[in-house]
Design a protein around this ligand. Structure first.
Ligand code: NAD
Length: 510
């Protein structure tokens, strides 16, 4: 039976009223399992109104109490980890273990947000001038929106909602229409944790819903994660409408493999980083860059052996290394890129097309694919494939490997494998990429650092989570205060009154 999903507005499930729906698939079997309502402009405007009404009360709740709501939410999600992971996996197609990782990395940002009483402390200068003190405070923006991708349906909504809510904002989440059930369940759990109704809302939708959020003046900030063309569109539209925006886009992450690296270890790591979650990760390694022909020959041999052993299966198969892609469009895109790679002259070492999985004959599966002898002019090198395809670009030396990463239009993540500290240090200093791994293939920073790519992987000044997220979701107010002398001082022995500042000149801090 096909379930009909809802929105979550003002603390309750609200059925769609637009008459428009999107299909949510079970990617294991290629069948529609639910219909998700796609909100109209007027429905989105009603959500914003609810959020705007709820926000002042939440902002006036002291930070300790807001932190307690976050703590309760954390416990509720942890208690429900197994069922949430199963739900996530059933719509996305990632394995259960990977789905738990998706939720867990989201919860780490909630843990960070629990520290909000400390994170919100402002600055204070006593006696900046005679009788003058200066202090700053961070205040919430009001109603903010998050627009999130399909590939981390728990983690990315939580990366945005955690800091946004903890700082006293109301939040309107427009999750991916491909896997909206986990965000809807998270909304119920926020309510159960004590978040007032209307402070966290989920509105499902497509471009119409997003455009309404981008143009409505009551939305003060937009956080986006998704593909680069949409990230750029959202950044430009949101900022043209006077909003703050941080928009994170696609990626092509390189792993430079130096001749001194332990190639067995590197091959193991690249298999996980390249094919985990069917390559549907913005931090997946999609380009391996062995340095020197001998390193390349040995690495390709080790990768080939491991790729053949990968177990692709249903997402609920506990023995599967990875599951299906989220949709048939993804399968077609990957298959198309494999053909492009062949036509461009790359060497197809392992061809994953046409894979059939037992119990998932009509599912959206693609086997692991490996290309060697890929060159920078090829589309399979330049463009994001977002599937289980690892490409090998051979570099003659370290400088060429570094240059490849630096000249690529994307700059999300990068890794270097080496035993040499000097090379690693030089790499970290010179590489033009936002997140760097040294013998770590997927360097997603921990919650109290910030996450963000460079170049066309990120638009906006501030990163996600960590200290940047507190800055992004608050505005700074700076107060300069002077209290005129009162009776207490005037009455004290030996006191002579100080003169009032000249109101006709710009005050200086004497
Ligand atoms: P997507 O760009 O198709 O969709 C992302 C969101 O934008 C969804 O909520 C979708 O409904 C909305 N959207 C889609 N088209 C739109 C349009 N024309 N106008 C307005 N809104 C629109 O991305 P996706 O396929 O869901 O996710 C995969 C992409 O996300 C990949 O490119 C991946 O690299 C990227 N990603 C990046 C990061 C990062 O941190 N840099 C993290 C995860 C995923």
């Amino acid at each position: 039976m096909v379930r009909e999903l809802t929105h979550f507005i003002g603390g309750q499930h609200v059925p769609g009223a637009s008459g428009k729906f999107g299909d949510v698939f079970d990617p294991n079997i290629g069948q529609v399992q639910a219909r998700v309502p796609l909100a109209s402009k007027s429905e989105v405007e009603a959500v914003i109104a609810d959020a705007e009404a709820a926000q002042p009360g939440w902002a006036a709740t002291n930070p300790q109490k807001r932190a307690r709501v976050m703590m309760k939410f954390l416990a509720l999600v942890q208690d429900e980890m197994d069922s949430l992971a199963a739900l996530l996996s059933s719509e996305h197609g990632k394995t259960i273990a990977d789905a738990k990782g998706d939720i867990q990395r989201g919860l780490e940002v909630i843990e960070f947000a629990v520290g909000i009483p400390h994170l919100l402390k402002g600055e204070y200068t006593e006696g900046a001038g005679t009788g003058i003190d200066v202090y700053s405070m961070r205040q919430p923006l009001g109603v903010v929106a998050g627009i999130t991708p399909f590939n981390f349906p728990a983690m990315i909504p939580l990366w945005k909602a955690g800091p946004a809510l903890a700082t006293g904002n109301a939040f309107v989440l427009k999750p991916s229409e491909r896997d909206p059930s986990v965000p809807l369940r998270l909304a119920e759990l926020f309510l159960e944790a004590g978040l007032p109704p209307g402070v966290f809302n989920v509105v499902n939708g497509d471009k119409e819903a997003v455009d309404t959020l981008l143009h409505d003046p009551r939305i003060k900030a937009v956080g986006f994660v998704g593909s680069t063309p949409i990230a750029q569109y959202i950044y430009e539209t949101a900022t043209a409408n006077g909003k703050r925006a941080q928009c994170f886009g696609g990626a092509k992450n390189h792993a430079i493999v130096m001749p001194d690296a332990d190639l067995d270890d590197v091959a193991d790591q690249l298999i996980g980083a390249g094919y985990g979650s069917a390559g549907e990760r913005c931090m997946a390694i999609s380009v391996a860059v062995p340095v020197g022909e001998e390193t390349a020959d040995r690495l390709v041999a080790k990768l080939t052996e491991r790729v053949h052993k990968l177990n692709v299966g249903r997402s609920d198969d506990l023995g599967a290394d990875y599951g299906p892609l989220v949709g048939l469009d993804g399968v077609n895109r990957v298959n198309n890129y494999v053909q492009v790679g062949i036509d461009e002259g790359a060497s197809l070492v392992v061809d994953g097309r046409g894979l059939t999985v037992e119990g998932g004959e009509d599912g959206f599966f693609v086997g692991a694919t490996l290309f060697d002898n890929v060159t920078p002019e090829m589309r399979i090198y330049q463009e994001e494939i977002f599937g289980p395809v690892l490409t090998v670009v051979r570099a003659k030396d370290y400088e060429e490997g570094l240059r490849l990463a630096n000249e690529h239009e994307y700059g999300n993540g990068v890794a270097i494998f080496t035993r040499d500290g000097d090379t690693a240090r030089d790499f970290a200093a010179r590489v033009q990429v936002g997140m760097v791994g040294i013998n770590v293939p997927i360097p997603v920073p921990i919650a109290y650092y910030t996450f963000g790519g460079w170049k066309r992987s990120g638009f906006g000044d501030l990163n996600q989570h960590g200290p940047d997220s507190i800055r992004f979701y608050t505005k700074t107010k700076t107060v300069t205060q002077r209290w005129p002398e009162g009776e207490r001082k005037a009455a004290s022995p030996g006191h002579s009154a100080s003169s009032a500042p000249n109101a006709f000149v710009i005050p200086t801090m004497d």
